[in-house]
Design a protein around this ligand. Structure first.
Ligand code: GLP
Length: 530
């Protein structure tokens, strides 16, 4: 099944209309299967406009409608005859004799259903069938049951459908209790199927359709038997959203995440004047604003610093033992989870980035320092709150001092800052080298790679020593965790194979070494996935 996920109803209608337009352009005598309900109205409106402005011609088109209430008179404004005429037929140049809707006034439903099946057969069969979906997973009026009918038949409606459709009637007791509908096999015989679903009320039905096995209890799952089904739905029908917040020293990035994709975002600046109260207020307002548009299940926050008992202490933020999650949760009335930002980035990569499919992995962020996150069995391993500080494992006794208070920490040897220091030291010793030339304006993490490209042996030596340190740390991690996937992120990961290939050679243990792919979005996606 193809799945097209749209922002909203309008986009869903645009996409569906485009697909139908293409169908009609390719085959002007298309046999169209049509649905009623609110889902296809926008599509019909667009097709009507296309017909009015001469883009589309329906004069050779034949139509068959999925279903009709029974008993109902075609002049009743709740009949599907009335619906089709009002919402579609009167806006297009289809010939009335080419439109077919089951007769809800018949005194012989069995015969009417057989006649209808025959008509479809005679037309050569439906080329494309537009479907909606009932919130209980019904298709047409094929209601959840232990058995389903193959061909067009009369059926009784479930209480759920009567209730759902009562919104169109003055009173629930006016909703007909029966209907005539194409059967599942009639539907599956259409050459192409286009299913439209929008809004929260369809969430469960779409979830079941996408994830459940084929079952008569969710008739829509039968569509899995068809080779050419396209589902077009909006975010609300596809899944709930979670808000992910990635707090940094300069800003907090707030994102609305749906199935691990960011669908809306807002940046909140953090300045030296920001206080715990102002940051909390800004985050609350951003979440509250998003909540009005998106049904929000939970909020996740990634923050720098230490998290102990859900309280944050971060040196570059005004957070000291600050229960941000708790405060926001009380104000927003949704669950709010907190984790370290690097850990969130690792989780983000695991659920949606280069680590997808690896339940155990470590993300190593090579930047000013070395950060990272350890994911074991699909979850952040945070120990007592601060696990994953891989940059501060000692790899050199009596080594270089580190701001953490330790000595010989890995980040003093294998971060980008360390590589830049090693580059500067080599330039001082080799002022006539290509490396010195490449770094004469400014030394960055890229200088050494630029010099290697120009064939500089001094730069090769610098990178070799640097990679020895980097590989030593990674080998240690692999020894301890025995995992298969290591991801590298941060500025240095842009070097790609120039970094990965020689690094791989120095790591003595088997592992998959990859560059992280989500870049700055990893933190938001990971926080939302908490
Ligand atoms: C009715 C129709 C279905 C339609 C369903 C959903 O029960 N028989 O064909 O798919 O409603 O309607 P809506 O698009 O209004 O949600």
């Amino acid at each position: 099944m193809n799945l097209i996920i749209c922002q909203n109803y309008d986009e869903m209608s645009d996409k569906a209309a485009e697909i139908l337009k293409e169908q009609l352009m390719n085959k002007p005598d298309t046999v169209l299967g049509l649905a009623t309900g609110s889902s296809p109205i926008g599509t019909y409106e667009r097709l009507g406009n296309m017909c009015k402005n001469g883009e589309l011609d329906f004069s050779k088109v034949t139509t068959f409608n999925l279903d009709e209430y029974f008993p109902i008179c075609s002049s009743n404004d709740q009949s599907y005859h009335y619906f089709m005429n009002e919402n579609f037929f009167k806006h297009i140049n289809v010939k009335p004799e080419n439109t077919h809707i089951l007769n809800g006034e018949t005194d012989n439903p069995t015969l009417e259903c057989a006649r209808f099946e025959d008509e479809i057969e005679k037309s050569g069969g439906m080329d494309i069938l537009i479907l909606g979906i009932g919130r209980n997973g019904h298709i047409g009026f094929n209601e959840p049951d232990s058995t389903l009918y193959a061909s067009t038949h009369m059926t009784s409606l479930t209480a759920d459908t009567i209730e759902a459709n009562s919104r169109f009637f003055e009173r629930a007791d006016l909703v007909p209790t029966h209907a005539l509908t194409m059967g599942m096999s009639t539907i599956l015989k259409a050459k192409k199927i286009l299913l439209l679903a929008n809004g929260r009320s369809k969430l469960e039905a779409i979830k079941k359709l996408l994830s459940d096995d084929i079952t008569t209890n969710t008739p829509a799952t039968m569509l899995k038997l068809h080779p050419d089904v396209t589902i077009i739905c909006d975010y609300d029908a596809y899944a709930d959203v979670r808000i992910g917040i990635d707090i940094g020293g300069m800003s907090a990035k707030v994102g609305v995440v749906n199935n691990h994709k960011i669908i809306a975002r807002k940046d909140i600046p953090i300045t030296p004047e920001s206080t715990t109260a102002s940051i909390t207020e800004d985050l609350y307002n951003a979440c509250d604003e998003f909540r009005k548009t998106y049904h929000t299940l939970s909020v996740g926050i990634g923050t720098p610093g230490l998290i102990k008992n859900d309280k944050i202490t971060a040196s570059n933020l005004p957070f000291k033992d600050f229960a941000l999650g708790d405060i926001l949760s009380k104000k927003l009335h949704v669950q709010v989870k907190i984790a370290n930002d690097a850990n969130c980035a690792a989780l983000g990569e695991q659920v949606a980035g280069a680590g997808k499919g690896s339940k155990d992995m470590i993300l190593i962020t090579l930047g000013t320092g070395i950060g990272g996150g350890i994911i074991l069995d699909g979850r952040i391993f945070s120990g007592n709150g601060s696990a994953g500080e891989i940059g501060h494992m000692c790899i050199e006794t009596n080594g270089l001092p580190c701001p953490c208070g330790g000595e010989g920490c890995w980040e003093q040897y294998a971060s980008v800052t360390a590589l830049m220091r090693q580059t500067r030291e080599a330039i001082e010793k080799n002022p006539d080298s290509i490396l010195a030339d490449c770094g004469k304006e400014k030394v960055s993490g890229r200088t050494v790679f630029a010099a290697i490209e120009k064939g500089c042996p001094v730069a090769e030596q610098v990178l070799d020593t640097y990679l020895d340190y980097l590989a030593a740390g990674i080998t240690g991690l692999l020894r301890i965790f025995d995992i298969t996937t290591i991801l590298i992120s941060g500025g240095l990961s842009n070097a790609g194979d120039a970094l990965l290939i020689p690094l791989k050679e120095k790591i003595k243990l088997p592992c998959e070494l990859k560059v992280a792919t989500l870049k700055n979005d990893a933190g938001i996606i990971g926080a939302a996935a908490l």
